[in-house]
Design a protein. Structure first.
Length: 408
């Protein structure tokens, strides 16, 4: 508490009058919160009141963590006679998602102050809601139904918006997204000239490698939406069934609506991929890296990992070597560079093959061969159960495994 007060005094001295008024308001809120938190403690023998934050600045966490929390309550993993209250952390990455979570959870900004004061007092743990892990490693989503839904007015608005974009009302559509650095740098106001900001570059992908798959889908009658909030460059296509939504039409409402209503979603490691997950939509995950972060727990998904090229030995690492060397857990660009590893994206053909497999599986026209099953089983035996993996439910793209059987 003493350190907290000293820090605030220093901030007021440095920031002047605007900071003074802001800190005064904060102090008043804390004064109000203290007796409320003490009352919560006094009520604990009769009713448990808890406080927690929702990671709202990053859309993947914003989508998945509240959904996992609600799923756990559905299956009985909660404390009886408890009441939970939440606040949003920092920025709101998507206002539509915030609105929908407020319809399901008790979310109030003042809970942030209550949560802070609670942590200053001994025994705060009993009144703290632990963050729910973003990965669905125990397959809990498969055991429960989605908790978010659109109001009739939102549904009508969404259908009208899609029609205005040239998609017939009864047409199927698929969403695509390739992660690039522009969104993260802009949203978090970072400067790419700072080397520290490059640590997640290994997760990025080129949208142009997805264009072949998009074109193939339109031949099957699908419309395609290229998703994204802030992207580096537009798509280069004249195909009227491919809609560069990220460049021309993007809205926070449609980000959620399209993700929830698509036939399936094709994505890499971008956080938006967790929105179709919580709506239980099929997903074709591409360019997954690191290897152990593959979404093996999502039963309606296919996925492709990026490959790792050893520069000195001039060869690809096998999946076994990636796991044994610890490269399957590397989460910084500098780690790959120090290990002499070059990250190789999925090719246009690999992505198109995966997308065609997804289409056939959804239509019930995919018939795996014995060799398909054998290769899949060989890969699954490499991915052991861990804090990142439970039961292996997802499948690696069949053709990718055939073409890279030497990596097994």
């Amino acid at each position: 508490m003493f350190k907290f007060i000293l820090d605030r005094v220093k901030q007021i001295c440095d920031g002047g009058l605007p900071v003074f008024f802001k800190k005064t308001r904060s102090l008043i809120e804390i004064i109000i919160a203290i007796p409320l938190v003490l009352a919560v403690r006094a009520l604990r023998p009769f009713v448990l009141i808890r406080f927690g934050g929702i990671q709202s600045a990053r859309i993947g966490h914003f989508a998945m963590e509240p959904e996992v929390y609600l799923c756990e309550r559905d299956i009985g993993n909660f404390i009886p006679h408890s009441f939970d209250f939440f606040h949003f952390y920092w920025k709101i990455s998507n206002s539509q998602l915030a609105k929908m979570w407020k319809r399901k959870l008790s979310i109030y900004s003042f809970v942030y102050v209550l949560s802070r004061v609670n942590k200053w007092l001994p025994g705060y743990e009993a009144h703290e809601i632990k963050r729910h892990y973003i990965l669905n490693i125990h397959g809990i989503l498969a055991k429960t139904s989605t908790h978010l839904s659109f109001t009739p007015q939102e549904d009508s608005l969404g259908r009208e918006a899609i029609t205005k974009l040239g998609v017939p009302e009864d047409a199927d559509f698929v969403c695509f997204l390739a992660r690039d650095q522009v969104y993260l740098n802009t949203w978090l106001s970072k400067d790419l000239s700072n080397p520290g900001d490059c640590e997640y570059l290994y997760r990025n992908s080129s949208i142009h490698n997805y264009l072949l798959a998009m074109e193939e889908l339109t031949k099957l009658g699908y419309y395609v939406f290229r998703m994204g909030a802030i992207v580096e460059e537009p798509l280069k296509t004249n195909n009227q069934m491919i809609i560069d939504y990220a460049i021309k039409y993007r809205s926070e409402f449609l980000d959620i609506y399209l993700s929830a209503k698509c036939s399936f979603f094709v994505i890499d490691t971008a956080g938006l991929g967790f929105v179709p997950v919580i709506f239980r939509r099929p997903i074709a995950f591409t360019n997954i890296i690191p290897l152990e972060h593959g979404s093996t727990w999502h039963k309606d998904s296919l996925w492709l990992p990026k490959k790792l090229w050893h520069k000195n030995e001039r060869r690809f690492l096998s999946f076994y070597e990636i796991l044994e060397l610890g490269a399957a857990k590397m989460n910084k660009t500098s780690e790959y560079q120090k290990a002499g590893l070059e990250i190789v994206e999925n090719t246009s053909d690999e992505i198109a093959d995966l997308v065609m497999e997804m289409d056939m599986r959804l239509k019930g026209t995919w018939y795996p061969s014995e060799e398909d099953e054998d290769l899949q089983q060989r890969f699954n035996t490499l991915i052991k159960q861990s804090p990142l993996h439970g039961e292996i439910l997802a499948r690696i793209g069949a053709k990718f495994l055939h073409q890279n059987r030497d990596l097994l």
